[in-house]
Design a protein. Structure first.
Length: 174
């Protein structure tokens, strides 16, 4: 699933369209909401996480674009990114549901793909303490990173969104 962000009255080609898949969009939008509640009202803040047509008018979009570029230049975005990843790093690993935390996938898919008897390469075998049996969900470890770890946040994405905002003439998210 993706978030297609369309400019209402684009000033340039950059302002016509911005897209993120949901994994990239959610932290980007959350950053905008947390850092600039003076620009994004609570209703838009909530609806911006969905493909419902929420967005900002031209004036607010331009103000948000300027604010984001200012955040980047002042290091605010770097700090938010570092804090974001620090919180994710403290989250506990989750039990792998594909192998039932055994590290070896023995369900129908696992057997059909020979994961239950797969010979492990030397490094993985050393790490896991066995020579055979693997799970594609957890790389044979029995645990996976938390769901939240799949949502990346990077400065370049914020910068690209800011450039879109400065040129979109307002936007809607679909």
């Amino acid at each position: 699933m993706g978030m297609d962000v369309y400019g209402k009255k684009p000033l340039t080609e950059i302002g016509e369209y911005f897209r993120n898949n949901v994994w990239w969009w959610r932290p980007l939008w959350q950053y905008c909401v947390e850092q600039h509640p003076d620009i994004i009202d609570p209703k838009t803040a909530e609806e911006g996480h969905f493909n419902s047509g929420a967005g900002l008018n031209a004036g607010k979009a331009k103000a948000l674009g300027r604010a984001l570029l200012e955040d980047i230049s002042k290091g605010v975005t770097d700090k938010w990114r570092d804090d974001y990843y620090a919180v994710i790093a403290t989250l506990p690993m989750e039990e792998c549901k594909l192998c039932d935390t055994t590290g070896i996938r023995t369900d129908e898919v696992g057997k059909r793909s020979a994961m239950d008897t797969k010979e492990l390469d030397h490094d993985l075998a050393t790490l896991l303490g066995r020579t055979h049996g693997w799970c594609n969900g957890c790389n044979g470890e029995g645990h996976t990173p938390p769901w939240e770890a799949g949502y990346p946040f990077e400065i370049n994405n914020v910068r690209e969104f800011a450039e879109f905002l400065l040129n979109c003439g307002g936007f809607e998210v679909y």
